[in-house]
Design a protein around this ligand. Sequence first.
Ligand code: MRU
Length: 308
Amino acid sequence: MTLQAIRYDDEGLHLLDQRALPQATRWICCRSAAEVADAIAQMVVRGAPALSIAAAYGLALAAKRGENLDAARDRLADARPTAVNLRWALDRVRQAPDLEAAARALHAEDLTINLRLGAHGAPLLRDGVVTICNTGALATGGHGTALGVVRSALAEGRELRLYVLETRPYDQGARLTTWECVQDGIPCTLLADSMAGLLMQQGRVSSVIVGCDRVAANGDTANKIGTYSLAVLAKHHGLPFYVAMPLSSLDRACPDGASIPIEHRPPGELFDALPVDVWNPAFDVTPAALITAWITEDGVWRVLPNEY
Ligand code: MRU
């Protein structure tokens, strides 16, 4: 059984409040698309596939309440700009005759995709593996993408240790990934982002695996801020750098990384003790040249094919 952080019933959309973890397990119920959009913007739910699932249910709630679906779609789509999965899900559910059924199907499908992705990626991992952010069950419909590959590798009996970067400034690694690892008994070691270079220099890891929020047609990949630095370090140390990519993260309309919108989060999420200017981009773009392979539900891609 995989952890489920998203539930939908007659009352509304129930989200495990990721802001409260790991100290408390608290659920929030959203009864309208506007409430779902606010929950997304305020990080109650985060992680690209989880955003897509929440947004799909948000649109279903709008339909149930007889609200204007175009307005609801736009409000949900604007809640966070970088993860393309959110818009992909809204477009898919908007076209369905039964929006609630379509949202439920998308939710169930995400878990299946992650299990397939995990099976494809598992043979690539051994020994020490470093990751950033949270890409686990909390960030998806279950199992996870990059963390799902780690789960699948362990389930196959491979001996692994996951090195989890803290993921400043929002600490998704420290608060969420370690929480999932402790729950599931995944061997893990937490370190600050700035320690990744020494970790690699000392030969403690043999690969890097990360998630993604949007992959452009040329393979440039947007993911949590700090991913690009990790890829540069991996290149310097000759380590493979893997991106776990559900195909819903691939944006064929986006030619390259420069075209990916990068979300900037409120300054207070980084520092609020002084009235100082703060630069707080939530994502960065890793050029395709630094990526060894994209692990998808359809297999491991060493290059992105032009036609899918
Ligand atoms: O700002 P967040 O926490 O939504 O950022 C999440 C990430 O960057 C994840 O790595 C990405 O969405 C993949 S989740 C499977």
